[in-house]
Design a protein around this ligand. Structure first.
Ligand code: ARG
Ligand code: ZN
Length: 893
């Protein structure tokens, strides 16, 4: 069944409050649910229809008397002829936590209980109005064996604890804030907490806890520190305080996603909580900071103000991703000089945009394309997407680009003044931004309703005599699915930041002619507002023909085309004052070369690369005025999957050959510079996950990886082996091992075994061990899939643990393009088998994997046919609506 946004109707009943009692046991848990219900004003329904899944109904009572008018179905419960007046409905149900492998609802992980209710997991716990616009206050009593479950947690404040007969005990929690059911959580088990007390600006003291299994306690310091920073940051930047007496984070090893913002009781994948120097990389540390921030920020953007319905998901997710991006950028920039701060900020921005372009742009061009606010879905869990999250964050960022930080803050203040405690829509957020800044944002609505990535093409005209520079911008969309096309109704309001670069490499002053006036800009970057399909902007008094620097800092999530020559790109790569566009110039230069190399490789022609391009990368590599983090990003080529996406009929083997050729050309051409970068960026002293140290390690390790692509990789092998042996942190150790794997399996054999023995008991480190073998390049003719197959049989492998499945299977299918797309179709057959196996265990995880074939039409005919066969095989055997939606949309004509 397809659920449509236009079919929204308000709930017929309201729940004034709910009391839940849990008798927790792994095989069968009993839930007693007592709800105070009333008809919504104006509603007249005689029957009450509740959601419910995989529940056993034991008893139903209304106002304390058994009620026989109940009808159970596969997706809920209908209670007929309920009283006109407010009434109390009591429902007793059981569910089976240890048999729940979907990790949605109440489940068991390593003998402890956890819940995941977003989006529709609460209905697997009890019958309920499981929709985000039904908000109520919860009182929750947990009862369980004290020996097995000494810790009992739920949302809000702890009001009572005590003993019960037979070695059982209880805890009662009350959450004073009304919330939708998707924010409910409970945790029970053998856990310990790192605690910290902080005083917020109001003077109130708050208790912070990070709960983990006892042996993991030493790995919680960074998460706690990130939580403290998040709380301080949200007060400082947005005036938003922590509103509960205590705030808890709990880590769980079996989790479908990254983390969940349950009110006062965030539940996290261990990957985003646990870290120490030995087991976590710089990237892991920064992921923890970002996700801790993200979930904490949801307390206001998501929890205090929530979504009316799931079509509005980006209301909370786009906004909260934007907030976590800003937080991470501020944290990276903190404490450094203004130049260092700007560089650190730029590195974060580049990273975020790279992710967006690599994954969201592909989504927007494929069969699952949908607007930031989708119009329909079959399974809502399939819409926790890059579009809703990352493109949604770009849409929020555009308000800030248009109105500035202060204007954005005014809009946020108005949003909370209007909507605190409510379940609202993306339109309400846009209205707050518009009203606070006295702007008509009607046209901006199209960012929410149109699917597909907008294209902006630019042409420029310099008139030397008149000293004018005209830039004409044209907007439209590229090829898209029929569904996506149908949403594309008209031009968008695109904030288009531009600078004009002079022949000395410095920015020229900007004087924009507009409505018969000349606007002299104090800054050398101006945000043009493109609102028409085609629009020309005139700069006057332009002393020389400039080189335009377009879409600075990626001011809108669009694809820009402009006819730059290689020499112009080289110039911008060396000089653009906008660090994002400086990086972008290098990427454009590389992408263009890589695509023509791929073309040549596909035709079987000899490959060659212009030495000027190698030289351009060499100059950036050697430029010690540039932050190492920036140089690392500049040296990182677009991925094979991103490149394939740029080609009409992609041949992954040709793309692979092209990228390898380019890397070898850089390695051979810049050998001494790479060696110098390696030596100069060693970080001495105690490991610290700071942005500066991480940047140096990043540059050093990217240099090492290039050196391993020299015709003679012996020096690189020696460096990598020494680095592996002397490493005192995971960043250095894993980078060394990945480089050895790149050189070849025999070079990596001994350290790979060492790594396993060293981290046998460290689940997250072991995930890396699986992952690096799955993403290994493989020699010509070698099948990495054979290793993957063997690793599936390894005693440490389990399909039931999402992190492990992602480490091995997803990494192979999504992170090793050349091997996955092997011409014999073996990768696709493996994919089909694993999607079906996962489908029976965990539909959400299966569905994510299913999506890795959705771009099948982009490939060469031979591959395409094999992919279609694999998709059809899955379509024939699928059980869940999650996977069915994905494969059916992929196969639709
Ligand atoms: N709201 C969570 C976050 O972004 C994600 C939960 C998604 N869960 C799901 N089953 N789709 O922070
Ligand atoms: Zn979120």
């Amino acid at each position: 069944v397809t659920i449509r946004r236009v079919d929204y109707t308000p709930p017929a009943f309201a729940i004034d409050k709910v009391e839940l009692e849990f008798d927790l046991a792994p095989l069968t848990t009993t839930v007693t649910n007592r709800m105070q219900l009333r008809r919504a004003p104006g509603a007249s329904a005689r029957d009450l229809v509740l959601h419910g899944e995989d529940l056993e109904l034991v008893r139903a009572e209304i106002d304390g008397k058994p009620w026989t008018g109940v009808q159970v179905s596969t997706d809920g419960l209908t209670v007929s002829n309920v009283p006109e007046q407010p009434f109390e409905l009591t429902l007793v149900t059981t569910n089976r936590p240890s048999a729940n492998t979907s990790l949605s609802g109440l489940y068991v992980s390593n003998h402890n209980f956890f819940t995941q209710c977003e989006a529709e997991g609460f209905r697997r716990i009890t019958y309920f109005l499981d929709r985000p616009d039904v908000m109520t206050t919860y009182t929750v009593t947990l009862r369980a064996s004290r020996a097995d479950y000494p810790v009992l947690l739920s949302n809000g404040n702890l009001v009572e604890t005590g003993e019960l007969p037979d070695g059982r005990h209880f805890a009662r929690w009350h959450d004073p804030f009304p919330k939708p059911s998707y924010l409910f959580a409970l945790v029970a088990g053998k856990l310990v907490a790192r605690e910290q007390r902080i005083r917020i600006r109001s003077g109130e003291e708050k208790l912070l806890q990070v709960w983990v299994e006892p042996h993991d306690l030493p790995k919680t310091e960074y998460a706690m520190q990130s939580l403290v920073h998040s709380i301080e940051w949200d007060e400082e930047r947005f005036g938003l305080p922590l509103d509960l007496e205590r705030f808890m984070i709990v880590a769980v090893g079996d989790f479908n996603m990254g983390a969940m913002e349950n009110k006062g009781l965030n539940i996290f994948n261990t990957k985003y909580v646990l870290a120490d120097a030995e087991t976590a990389t710089d990237i892991d540390f920064s992921g923890i900071e970002a996700v801790v921030g993200h979930e904490y920020f949801h307390n206001w953007t998501g929890n205090r103000v929530t979504c009316r319905d799931w079509f509005q998901l980006s209301l909370k997710e786009g906004l909260t991703v934007f907030r976590d991006q800003e937080f991470s950028a501020d944290m990276a920039a903190a404490g450094g000089s203004p130049e260092a701060a700007a560089a650190a900020r730029a590195a974060r921005r580049i990273d975020d945009v790279r992710g967006l372009r690599q994954n969201q742009f592909a989504e927007d061009a494929g069969p699952m394309a949908h607007p930031v606010r989708p119009d329909s879905y079959v399974e809502i869990n399939n819409f926790y997407t890059m579009t809703v999250y990352e493109k949604g964050a770009e849409v929020v960022r555009m308000y800030q680009t248009l109105f500035g930080r202060d204007g954005f803050r005014k809009g946020m203040d108005l949003y909370f003044a209007r909507h605190d405690g409510q379940a609202v829509t993306c339109d309400d957020f846009r209205a707050a931004m518009a009203d606070a800044n006295q702007r008509d944002l009607t046209q901006f609505e199209r960012w929410y309703s149109q699917a597909g990535t907008p294209h902006v093409s630019a042409t420029a005209q310099y008139d030397a005599a008149a000293r004018t520079f005209d830039i004409t911008l044209t907007q439209g969309y590229g090829p898209a699915s029929a569904d996506a096309k149908a949403t594309q109704k008209g031009p968008l309001l695109i904030p288009f930041a531009i600078g004009l670069v002079g022949s000395d490499g410095k920015d020229l002053p900007l004087r924009l002619a507009q409505d018969g006036q000349v606007l002299a800009e104090p800054q050398t970057t101006r945000v043009l507002e493109l609102t028409e399909t085609e629009q020309t902007f005139r700069f006057v008094d332009v002393a020389e023909e400039p080189l335009p620097s377009l879409l600075r800092n990626f001011s809108a999530p669009v694809i820009v085309s402009y006819d730059y020559t290689d020499a112009q790109l080289t110039f911008l790569f060396a000089h653009d004052s906008d660090p994002f566009n400086r990086w972008e110039a290098g990427q454009r230069l590389a992408t263009r070369a890589l695509l023509s190399l791929a073309d040549a490789a596909a035709r079987g022609d000899a490959l060659s690369l212009d030495p000027e391009i190698v030289a351009a990368f060499g100059r950036v590599l050697r430029d010690s005025t540039l932050a190492p983090a920036f140089r690392e990003l500049a040296l990182t080529l677009p991925s094979e999957s991103y490149l394939a996406e740029q080609i009409e009929e992609a041949d992954p083997a040709a793309v692979h050959a092209a990228r390898l050729f380019f890397r070898r050309a850089l390695a051979n051409g810049l050998r001494d510079d790479l060696m110098a970068a390696y030596e100069q960026n060693r970080v001495e002293g105690l490991y610290e996950p700071s942005a500066v140290d991480a940047g140096r390690r990043g540059l050093k390790n990217v240099a090492l990886s290039y050196l391993a692509d020299l015709d003679d990789p012996d020096d690189a092998a020696e460096l990598a082996r020494a680095q592996y042996d002397s490493a005192d942190n995971m960043t250095e150790r894993s980078a060394a091992l990945v480089t050895l794997l790149q050189i070849g399996p025999s070079a990596a054999r001994a350290p790979l075994d060492d790594f396993y023995l060293r981290f046998e008991k460290e689940a997250l480190a072991l995930d890396k061990w699986f992952g690096m073998q799955a993403t290994r390049r493989g020699a010509p003719g070698e099948r990495v899939l054979d290793d993957v197959g063997a690793l599936m049989a390894h005693p440490a492998f389990s399909l039931k643990n999402p992190n492990r499945a992602r480490a091995l299977i997803f990494q192979f299918c999504m992170g090793n393009a050349a091997q996955f797309h092997a011409t014999d179709g073996s990768g696709y057959a493996f994919w089909a088998e694993q999607v079906l196996a996962l489908d029976a265990i965990n539909p959400q995880v299966a569905s994510r994997l299913a999506r890795s074939l959705e771009r099948w039409r982009k490939f060469t005919p031979a591959l395409r046919e094999k992919m279609r066969a694999a998709l059809e095989r899955v379509a024939a055997g699928v059980q869940s609506k999650d996977v069915r939606e994905v494969v059916e949309k992929a196969l639709a004509p």
